[in-house]
Design a protein around this ligand. Structure first.
Ligand code: XUL
Ligand code: CO
Length: 432
């Protein structure tokens, strides 16, 4: 153990505890609908926010002081030691990382790659010792200045090539560590002004880049899911992977709708003008639901503030859609969330995750209770019952002329029925 988290105990389930360093709602072994809570929620810590982010905002730089900040491999190992200490304390089953979070950038591509393999071998030993698993790996194709005009969508083919070569290495290390998914978030795949942008060309570059990534992952026998993470804007003014619907159209265009799924982030859904549950339900309906990033935004600021979840009603409606989609298979609940920049202490990192896991556990239990109660689904089924009747089923195979004749001959005069929204909202509130 490093000394960073000295004095902080291993966190266990203790609903009576009053000191804050216990799970009051998340009991990993508790059974719910035939699975343990741990199996339902599949929590992951995001390496970047907890261990690489220094606390900067648009008006000021670093606020955090951490013994692993620096650009040597020794720093990278101290960072890994501390991260795995935290995983032991929290006992969450998974973590996620980008290449840039875990190793200092080298002077050349070869040096960066060698460092990535060295540190991920070190991860492999620690994963073996602690039992912590990799939910997903990904490449940071947005922080370095070379990517300022995009990675796959860059006007310079050499930058496309550098990004593609990087993704190969990141898929390799994800596969090596038994990662259950590989994520592509198009950080700078978008544009600032159409005046300098050939959108048609950029879209084709992104499509081919994704095809190559899928081809390579399958070639090396990577069995995990490949996930796109939609986001509408920030950092670019207009991101191409705007939302689930846009990503689905893109996947269809490049023949990838059966190969690639989505990692849906709550804050991104809200930036796109949707609710989280809308994005989840749509992904499920389209057969592309993969995983979630469970972090909210500040509703006033309009930025992607990546805050830990703390609203049980919001989380419950999201997990309701996750459960209806059959629950997670390769996916999980990743906290792509960071502390506020004034939260300087080691214990803040632990408390943030405890709170988030408890909120998710409460939300998951409420979602399961709503589903088991069955009245929400029964009301929805009743609303569409006509479509399950012989007449409803036949209608979609018919044509306008036949339908027109039937409406006339039956003298049809349909009357509207209540949508019963308030009754349904009251029903949901019984479980929160
Ligand atoms: C950025 C974001 C990323 C992805 C991984 O908004 O969500 O951290 O989750 O690159
Ligand atoms: Co994210």
């Amino acid at each position: 153990m490093t000394s960073f988290f000295d004095g902080i105990p291993k966190i266990t389930y203790d609903p009576q505890a009053d000191h804050g360093f216990a799970y009051r709602s998340y009991n990993p072994d508790e059974m719910l609908m035939g699975k343990t809570m741990s199996e339902h929620l599949r929590f992951a810590v995001a390496y970047w926010h907890s261990f690489a982010w220094a606390g900067g905002d648009p008006f000021g730089g670093q606020t955090f002081e951490r013994p692993w900040f620096g650009d040597t491999m020794d720093h990278a190992r101290t960072k890994a030691d501390t991260a795995f200490d935290m995983f032991k304390i929290l006992g969450q089953p998974y973590f996620c990382f980008h290449d840039a979070d875990v190793r200092p950038e080298g002077a050349t591509f070869a040096e960066s790659t060698a460092r990535l393999h060295e540190i991920t071998d070190y991860f492999g030993e620690k994963m073996e010792q602690t039992g912590t698993k990799l939910l997903w790996g990904t490449a940071n194709l947005f922080s370095n200045r070379r990517y300022m005009s995009g990675a796959a969508t860059n006007p310079d083919p050499d930058i496309f090539a550098y990004a593609a070569a990087t993704v190969k290495e990141c898929i390799d290390v994800t596969h090596k560590l038994g990662g259950e998914n590989y994520v592509l978030w198009g950080g700078r795949e978008g544009y600032e002004t159409l005046l300098n942008t050939d959108m048609k060309r950029e879209r084709e570059q992104a499509g081919r880049f994704l095809q190559m990534s899928v081809e390579y992952a399958r070639k090396i026998g990577f069995k995990g899911a490949i996930l796109i993470e939609p986001k509408p804007q920030e950092p670019t003014k207009h991101q191409y992977d705007y939302d689930v619907a846009t990503v689905y159209g893109f996947l269809k265009d490049y023949g990838l709708e059966n190969e690639v799924k989505v990692n849906i982030e709550q804050g991104h859904a809200i930036l796109a003008g949707h609710s989280f549950e809308h994005e989840l339900a749509l992904a499920s309906a389209l057969g592309i639901f993969g995983s979630i990033d469970m972090n909210r935004n500040d509703y006033q600021s309009g930025w992607d503030t990546d805050q830990f979840p703390n609203s049980v009603p919001e989380v419950a409606l999201a997990y309701y859609e996750v459960l209806k989609a059959g629950g997670f298979s390769t996916g999980g609940t990743n906290f792509d969330a960071k502390l506020r920049r004034q939260s300087l202490d080691p214990q803040d990192l632990i408390l943030a995750h405890i709170g988030a896991m408890d909120v998710c556990a409460k939300g998951m239990k409420a979602a399961a209770a709503m589903l088991e109660d069955g009245r929400l689904e029964a009301a929805r089924d009743a609303r569409y019952a006509g479509w399950d009747s012989a007449r409803g089923l036949g209608l979609l195979d018919s044509n306008l002329e036949t339908i027109n004749a039937q409406v006339k001959s039956k003298n049809l005069n349909p009357q509207p029925a209540s949508g019963r929204q308030e009754m349904l909202e009251n029903l949901v509130n019984r479980y929160l």
